[in-house]
Design a protein around this ligand. Structure first.
Ligand code: SAM
Length: 322
């Protein structure tokens, strides 16, 4: 398996297949990129996944924009799932278009989905998403579960004064619908700085409350030490904001932008490696592989742990933890 200069293995790709979206969430980080001018075809996506799989990558997450906005999304999923060595294809979606597509996506090879859902109040949902219809999302979630996508995880971005008092209700909803709730800390980014300064919620208090009430607490060592709390109402997982050395130390993914560039770090815009240009100009497999390796060599933890804490400067504790 390939490793970056900081010893972190490269296990997964997070591919944005479009930067277009049918919602406009007030806090959206847009996966850390400006709007794309062009989009990759399903064949181009499959080809770059083959290059990464050749270097040991086994998982692909499809994101956007809103991935299901693409008419050829089933073809894209099928193309990725067909690549030898890829064991899991997943997607993050707002689920507004999922109800009609979940069965076809499942048959094409999609294994699981993360659905963005911050509230069960239709009015607040419309305000957060600037016009989204909550009912369509709920239909999408139920269709995904019925189609056998598993697990269906609900991503709830916690925002002070907007949804912090509704966490229990969301845990109950997730559990009734055979889904798992994930609480996500609001991330500061260049697209939503003002919003962040007003609505960022300290998750520590919420975590303390969950700890007190949980029947069981489980830590997922290999996933940025994410913690799962098992409560009477159901189960909930907490994902801290990326401003977190743990997050970087355990990052094992390479991002791909909608317009065909490797993006070695969510937080940076200065170290992309373009592959779509060379691919369209006739690049060979060796050349594409060289570009992939170049992108891997540009990976470094954005937030590093201070020295003298029993850690290496690169923030990686030891190999057993990766
Ligand atoms: N449209 C798809 C969706 O809604 O899942 C995929 C793109 S969206 C950018 C991917 C995920 O990023 C969503 O779960 C969303 O909640 C999360 N996200 C976006 N901006 C964020 C922010 N500022 N802080 C934390 N999470 C954020």
């Amino acid at each position: 398996m390939i490793r970056d200069p900081f010893g972190r293995p490269l296990k997964s790709l997070r591919i944005s297949v479009t930067s277009r979206c049918n919602l406009s969430c007030v806090y959206c980080h847009q996966e850390g990129v400006e709007k794309a001018r062009s989009e990759m075809t399903p064949e181009e996506i499959q080809r770059i996944v083959e290059v990464a799989a050749g270097q040991g990558v086994k998982k692909v997450k499809i994101t956007g924009g809103e991935p299901i906005i693409r008419r050829d999304i089933v073809e894209i999923v099928q193309g990725i799932a067909d690549v030898k060595g890829i064991g899991e294809v997943s997607m993050t979606t707002n689920a507004t278009l999922l109800a009609d597509k979940s069965q076809a996506l499942r048959e094409a090879g999609l294994r699981r989905v993360n659905v963005s859902l911050d509230t069960l109040d239709p009015r607040i949902f419309r305000e957060i998403t600037k016009g989204g219809e909550l009912d369509r999302v709920i239909e999408g979630i139920r269709a995904a579960v019925d189609a056998g996508l598993s697990p269906v995880k609900l991503n709830m971005v916690v925002m002070k004064g907007i949804n912090t008092d509704r966490i229990k209700e969301m845990i109950g909803f997730a559990s009734e619908n055979n889904a798992i709730l994930q609480l996500i800390g609001l991330m500061e980014n260049e697209y939503s700085r003002e919003f962040y300064s007003e609505y960022a919620q300290d998750l520590e208090r919420i975590v303390r409350e969950l700890e007190e009430e949980a029947n069981e607490v489980l830590v997922r060592k290999f996933m940025q030490n994410r913690t799962r709390y098992i409560l009477d109402e159901g189960e909930v997982e907490v994902v801290f904001p990326m401003h977190n050395t743990e997050f970087c130390a355990h990052c094992t993914r390479m991002r791909i932008t909608a317009d065909g560039r490797f993006k070695p770090c969510l937080m940076r815009t200065d170290n992309y490696v373009d592959f779509l240009g060379p691919m369209r100009a006739g690049a060979s497999e060796e050349e594409l592989e060289r570009l992939f390796l170049e992108a891997v060599s540009r990976r470094e933890p954005y937030f590093k742990k201070p020295l003298g804490m029993g850690e290496k400067a690169d923030g990686v504790k030891d190999e057993g933890n990766l």
